[in-house]
Design a protein around this ligand. Structure first.
Ligand code: GTR
Length: 328
């Protein structure tokens, strides 16, 4: 009782200070990422922080912790869940086991091209996916494109038969284990920061990612043939801790949402440039590209259909898939 009274007095004192300042307390939200500080995801969150600061008269801001400094994507998602960390930018794969809707845009060969992706994921279907984070105790703020993921190894992968028996690193997600397994390869789940060593030591035969990550993490040093299989366009997602969100004022929440929305077109411009730069840089660094035109796409598409059925396994998820597929 005594302790509770003391706690209450303390809370009242804090509230009084906040009131006398005319607003809630100033905050610097901490956001985690596995990429380096100049990667488009981090520049976008920094931009969002600047917008937030402007909107709140300098009261709220965001500090980015890149390079997996706060842990793997799985670790940081857990920290956000318990409110030990304010925000995180991860690939949707980190939420596959937590928010079923987040699996849908990662389904293999779901999108026809980047226009189809943008129309849906920056549109109503994307809004639906973001809203689903709420049920799991998160606030989904924005989805960002991540180009297309392709397989890289020490040899060319031109048809699905070429992956047979290969040990291919995947993001820790059942959907990913099945996607790579369906190809006849052996999926090895592993955090992003460990892939470089996995490839170097021969623990892995291959991995798969977009050009910017392939280049940033220097995976091309030991897996120098990048075959444009373009098998998934699973996006990035920016998520806020619901535990912390609920302590913010409605005005702060609105400012955060607005700043996150504003960061999307900013990010997209950076991303488009980065994809081109990274492709040129890996070629300069000795990588060999097998262009999409030389890949037997159908051989991959044919083995991946059962993966859609396995993971889009409720009427709601099936409807979301159909909605995306039908979008013109
Ligand atoms: C990248 C993505 C990262 C991380 C990484 C991975 O494309 O931006 O967030 O998920 O892939 O493969 O682990």
């Amino acid at each position: 009782m005594r302790f509770q009274l003391k706690k209450l007095t303390c809370q009242l004192a804090i509230a009084a200070i906040a009131l006398s300042a005319g607003t809630a307390m100033a905050r610097t939200f901490r956001s985690a990422d596995v990429h380096n500080k100049d990667f488009p995801t981090n520049l976008a969150v920094k931009y969002m922080g600047d917008e937030l600061s402007k909107a709140t008269g300098g009261k709220d801001n965001i500090k980015v912790f890149g390079d997996s400094a706060l842990g793997s994507e799985k670790d940081t998602v857990e920290q956000v869940k318990i409110g030990a960390l304010d925000m995180v930018r991860v690939n949707t794969a980190a939420f596959h086991g937590i928010v079923p809707e987040s699996m849908i845009p990662s389904l293999p060969f779901l999108f026809r091209d980047i226009e189809h992706f943008r129309k849906t994921i920056y549109g109503p279907q994307g809004d639906k996916i973001l809203a689903a984070f709420d049920k799991a105790g998160f606030v989904g703020l924005a989805l960002y494109e991540s180009g297309a993921r392709s397989i890289y190894a020490h040899k060319a992968i031109k048809s699905v038969a070429d992956t047979k028996g290969m040990k291919i690193r995947v993001q820790p997600s059942d959907l990913w284990v099945s996607t790579i397994g369906a190809m006849g390869a052996s999926a090895t789940p592993m955090p992003f920061a460990e892939v470089y060593t996995g490839l170097k030591t021969g623990l892995l035969d291959a991995a798969e990612n977009n050009y910017p990550s392939y280049e940033e993490a220097k995976h091309y040093e030991s897996a120098a043939v990048y075959s444009e299989t373009l098998h998934s366009m699973g996006p990035e997602v920016l998520v806020f801790s619901k535990k912390i969100w609920d302590t913010l004022t409605p005005a702060e929440q609105a400012a955060l949402r607005k700043a996150a929305k504003a960061s999307v077109p900013y990010y997209t411009t950076l991303w488009e440039a980065k994809e081109k730069e990274a492709r040129a840089a890996v070629i300069k660094g000795g990588a060999k590209i097998i262009p999409a035109a030389e890949i037997d796409r159908k051989s991959f598409v044919d083995v991946e259909r059962p993966v859609w059925d396995k993971f889009a396994n409720t009427p709601e998820l099936k409807a979301l898939v159909q909605d995306i597929v039908n979008a013109k």
